[in-house]
Every structure is written in C-alpha cells, then in structure tokens.
Design a protein around this ligand. Sequence first.
Ligand SMILES: NC(=O)c1ccc[n+]([C@@H]2O[C@H](COP(=O)([O-])OP(=O)(O)OC[C@H]3O[C@@H](n4cnc5c(N)ncnc54)[C@H](O)[C@@H]3O)[C@@H](O)[C@H]2O)c1
Length: 441
Amino acid sequence: MEYQIKPAQGKLGILIPGLGAVATTVIAGVEAIKKGLAQPVGSLTQMGNIRLGKRTENRYPLIKDFVPLAGMEEIVFGGWDVYSDNVYQSAMNAKVLEPGLLEPIKAELEAIKPMKAVFDKSYVKNLDGTNVKEAATKWDLAQALMQDIEQFKKDNNCTRVVIVWCASTEKYTEETAVHQTIEAFEAGLKNNDPNIAPSMIYAYAALKSNVPFANGAPNLTVDIPAIVALSKELNVPIAGKDFKTGQTLMKTIVAPGLAARALGVRGWFSSNILGNRDGLVLDDPENFKTKEVSKLSVLEEILNADMNPELYGELYHKVRINYYPPHGDNKESWDNIDIFGWLGYQMQIKINFLCRDSILAAPIVLDLALFMDLAHRAGMDGIQEWLSFYFKAPQTAPDLKPEHDIFKQLIKLQNTLRHIMGEDLITHLGLDYYQELVEAL
Ligand SMILES: NC(=O)c1ccc[n+]([C@@H]2O[C@H](COP(=O)([O-])OP(=O)(O)OC[C@H]3O[C@@H](n4cnc5c(N)ncnc54)[C@H](O)[C@@H]3O)[C@@H](O)[C@H]2O)c1
C-alpha cells in the first residue's frame, strides 16, 4: 500500500474537552517549550529516536525528523470545560506546575478560555459546573459543537484540527442498541437517548467536522460500532482509551519481563491514593467502575492464564483507588506482587511509585495529537491500533485481543511509521548480518 502523506502545512488546532490538570499541563508545557523554558521530556515524537535500515547503517533519526509532524510553533490550543476558569487559573488550581513556570506564559494561558461544555450530571455526579450548553436535543448539542470547531478553526487560521478527550471519567456504561449503527445513533441524538454520553456527542461532532478524535479517559466514547463505522465512512482516525500513565505504565513494563522469564504470578495487589479532581470524580463508585475495568484488563492479557495455567491460573488481581486530598496531583501507588520461580519457590516484589499523574499524561496528549494528525494526512481511518502504546485499554477491531505489552506496542508503533514512510520493517532477526560475514570470508 502506497501512502501519500499530505504535508503538515499551516496551523494545527488541538481542541481539548476538559481543561483540567492534564490539559493545562500539556498546554502550559508546549507554551513553555516554545519559549525555550523547558524540554519535552517523555514525548516520543519530540525526543524519541527510531532505527532505520540495518544496525550496521547507524541510522537513528529523531522521530520528528523522520515523519512529517506539525511543529510546536504551529500548534494552537482551545477547549471546553464545565467551569469557566481560563487555562492559567485552571493550571494554578490544579497545582501541577510551579507558579514560577506559569508566570512567563501567563498571557498565552489566560487567552485560552473554555467554550461552553456539553455536560450531563448523571454521567459525572461529583461535578457541578455552570459553563454548560443548553439545547433541546443532543442532536442540537452536536451541531453547537460543530459550530465551535468551525469558529475556532477560522479564528485561529488553522488548516487542521484534532481533538483529545481530557475531561472527567464518565460513569460505567455498556453498549446498547443505540450504539450499534450510525442511523440508530443519529436517531438517539434526536430523541435524547439517555445512553448517549456527552463524550459520544463530542466524538460525533468531531468526525462530522473531519477532525480525528482520541479518547484519554476510560469511558466508551469512540469504542462503539456506530462511531467506528462513521470514522470509516468519513475517513477520519479514532483512538482510545484511557491514557497509560502511572501504575499501569509500570505494570506493562514489569509484567512482560516476568512473563518473558516464565516466572509465575500468584497475586498482584495495586492500591493508589490521589487528591486531584480526577480522584474526586473516581470517588463515586459508578465512575470508579469505568476506571477499574480499564485497569484490570492489562494483566490478564499479558499473563495469559489460558495459555499458561500453571504460571498464571491462580492470579488474584485487585486494584484500589482512594481519594486523598493532601496528595493533590502527586499520586502514590503501591504494588505488591507475589511471584514464584524454579520449583514453585515464592518471592515478592514491592513497587512504591511516587508519580505525578499529569506530568506523565501531558506528553501522551501531545504525541497523540501529532500522530492522529499524521494518520489523517496519510489517509488512515478507523481505529488506530498502532497507538495502543499510549492507552491502558487499547481499542481494537471486534474479537481482536488488544496488545498490552509496552515493548510490543512500541515495535508496532515504530513499524507503522517505517511502513507509511516506505522504509524496511525491522524484525530483529539479525541472521543476515552473520550470513553476510560468512559470504565475506
Ligand atoms: N492524569 C493521568 O495520568 C490520567 C491517566 C489516564 C486517564 N486520565 C483521564 O484523563 C482525564 C483528565 O484527568 P485530569 O486529571 O485532568 O482531571 P481533571 O478533573 O483535573 O480535569 C477534567 C476536567 O474535565 C471537565 N469536564 C468534565 N466533564 C466535562 C464535559 N462533559 N465537557 C467538558 N469538560 C468536562 C472538568 O470540569 C475538569 O475540569 C480523566 O478522565 C482521567 O481519568 C488521566
């Protein structure tokens, strides 16, 4: 397949539903980086390298020099929130970044004021905002979002826009009839079907506006047949769900290592305390359930009990999240891992990660925005499974098991970049080097 990638010309708008801790950390970060005040650490697009060709060729360009991505200077931010605080005020409230870092970019951040949100309290009980759109139907709300996108594009002179959902986790829901086809979904928008969540209205409006949509929270959103079909029909990429940060990031680094060494795992107890607004929302059991399902899926896939019942058949996996305001955005997690080795002898691993959630999530938002824009310009539509690297619960085609192992996810991402750029894929076989040596003798 030949990819004709359109050049990244003009401004790229990154629109974010939910201008809270994660969103303000990425926006402030990009503005600070533009001014040379900080480095984009943790961003694969900005600081990661990719090997091309044979190991002997020594070609390891930066990813941003290999694929045509939008430059930092070309990015413009905007978004929606149920609170009317501008991005500077919201960043100050979130307390992720130091006031000293925010001061030199205060004017840029104050200029970004949230548009009125599409919000339904029955999906997020613990929030009460007033910066909310009023309309008779969900269909009208979708039209209003489309107008917002169009207006933003015009006002900021953008050639392209992408959306990354950074709003609160919605309550746990499962697919119903209204999610099955585009026709059923559109009828549901018109008759206010309660099973259509606000995040789905944003996703629908994005696709109808030719705007790629990535979902950073664990809610269903784009992970329903109607939205998948729409993204194929309109040739717009989608991706999700739930940014892979903190504890799950560690899990998908450590578990593949244990499985690689054929070590057994009997138990994995994960607990977290966090005190930001995300923690407050997750304090409601219905919203916690959405997160729990997303977090639990990871180990089951990496430590496949069906394939290896002797090693993983007894695995007991538990995840707890507790709201603890004094910690703010500085989440603390503890993992107790009961493993066993040769002849069944038991061992334990303890991980105590004092992480900063939004510091880990911000570069993911930036990378997703840039890669989704690249995918769109390359003519890739539907589910972008090659971006699984960034998600706790990667979206896949129906009946296809997601890949959770972070190392396999990275190989897939890099090979996709090589593929669309017409470079050889890398298998890591390496036997040809030795064959060449033999032939040279
Ligand atoms: N921080 C991380 O490491 C991380 C990791 C994975 C997923 N996430 C998810 O990312 C999201 C954002 O996290 P955060 O820490 O920034 O939370 P946050 O509470 O600071 O920000 C979320 C913002 O979304 C707003 N909001 C809620 N519903 C909205 C709607 N319908 N439209 C527009 N705005 C709405 C809230 O008012 C809030 O300002 C959450 O869903 C969280 O679960 C975060």
